[in-house]
Ligand binder design. Structure first.
Ligand code: SF4
Length: 374
């Protein structure tokens, strides 16, 4: 059976904003339109029953991430029922978190999250001039100020040190990494998880001229300089992961390093899908051939199936170029979605290959210099 690290539960298929780069709504997949707007309590109960069985079978804890659309559209009452059901099954040493755009954060929601030991990660791309380029409301209005209001409420909560899990930021390679780093540091976030923009060999990511160009690698290299010069830095996962791997450590999550990160997604109707970021490759790319649903199938059977194992194995790159690459152990071939090309499917290096090589080589050069000076 594939070991699971994260179960991502889609609790709302709608979103209160409309980010231009969103893989759920704006990259060609429209499966959200056929989903219930919100997960039902009946589906929640079916999920908790399956999680109970998974807990017994797997032994190793797994994390639960509540996702959307925008999960806080659920509202206080439905969120309370959901968290109550989950925490009846999932003990406190299993992380439960919410990935939100932060605009609907209220004191009541924060109190609930505190009571049910549920942390909150907020999507924020940078200062207003960067964030509002792509993270817009349905009428094209900026969302920055409401996100900041949400973060301020979160930081003011008595349980903020637990509740504030960090920020998720999509990199804008046209921005100044120094400005972005200072901005996030001033916000007081414990960490930032910087993500590459979705895209692939057929649809080059925003800001990337060609497959060979290194706009994102150059941006990360600038960020690394600022990060290493800071005496009390905030945590930056992508850089920490590359540094740890370059020192001989292991990758922890998909996207950097050769890992066997196990993820399953449960949609608002209870259907079980692959990593939903695959939606950016082509319509339906995240769907299994089997129409698994939490109401009719056992999660432990799904995770023990050949089709699930095949999807799980996709995160290890199959491309012969990656297999022969001296940096495979550190890079890991990137995220599968970034390898997509219509003729060779996922059998390619990441579209961020040259960006990865640039930042990996920079990290290695810095470590070598530090070793020689020691
Ligand atoms: S994507 Fe590029 S850098 Fe990464 S393993 Fe493949 S060939 Fe190497």
């Amino acid at each position: 059976m594939v070991e699971i690290d994260t179960i991502l539960i889609k609790v709302a298929s709608q979103c209160n904003i409309n980010c231009s780069y969103c893989y759920v709504y704006n990259m060609g997949d429209d499966s959200w339109a056929n989903m219930p707007n919100f997960i039902s309590q009946e589906t929640v109960e079916a999920i908790t029953k399956e999680l109970e069985a998974l807990k017994t079978t797997q032994k190793r804890p797994f994390a639960i991430v509540l996702h959307g659309g925008e999960p806080l559209l659920l509202g206080v009452r439905r969120l309370e029922l959901l968290l109550h059901s989950l925490r009846k099954t999932i003990p406190d040493n299993y992380c439960i978190s919410i990935q939100t755009n932060g605009m609907l954060i209220s004191d009541k929601i924060l109190d609930l999250c505190s009571r049910y030991k549920t942390s909150i990660s907020i999507s924020l791309d940078g200062p207003v001039s960067i964030h509002d380029n792509h993270r817009l409301g349905h009428k094209g209005e900026g969302t920055y100020h409401r996100v900041i209001e949400g973060i301020e409420k979160l930081k003011a909560h008595p349980d903020a040190s637990f509740l504030f899990a960090g920020l998720l930021a999509v990199i804008d390679p046209t921005s100044n990494p120094h400005t972005i780093y200072r901005f996030f540091k001033d916000i007081g976030t414990p960490n930032v998880d910087f993500l590459y923009r979705d895209g692939n060999h057929a649809k080059l990511p925003f800001g990337k001229e060609t497959f060979q160009s290194t706009e994102y690698g150059t941006w990360l290299a600038g960020l690394l300089d600022i990060y290493l010069a800071d005496q009390s830095p905030i945590k930056i996962r992508i850089l920490d992961d590359i540094i740890r791997l370059a020192l001989g450590g292991l990758g922890l999550k998909e996207g950097v390093g050769v890992t066997d990160f196990g993820i399953a997604v449960i949609d608002t109707d209870g259907s079980v899908t692959k990593n939903d970021t695959l939606k950016s490759s082509y319509k339906g790319a995240d769907r299994f051939l089997e129409h698994w649903n939490i109401h009719t199938h056992r999660l432990v059977d799904i995770f023990a199936s050949d089709e699930f194992a095949h999807a799980h194995a996709l995160q290890r790159p199959s491309s012969l170029i990656c297999q022969a690459c001296p940096e495979l152990r550190i890079c890991g071939g990137g995220m599968p979605l970034h390898r997509w090309k219509s003729d060779s499917e996922y059998d390619n290096p990441s579209v961020y290959c040259n960006d990865q090589l640039l930042i990996i080589n920079k990290v290695k050069a810095i470590l070598l210099e530090a070793k020689q000076c020691a």
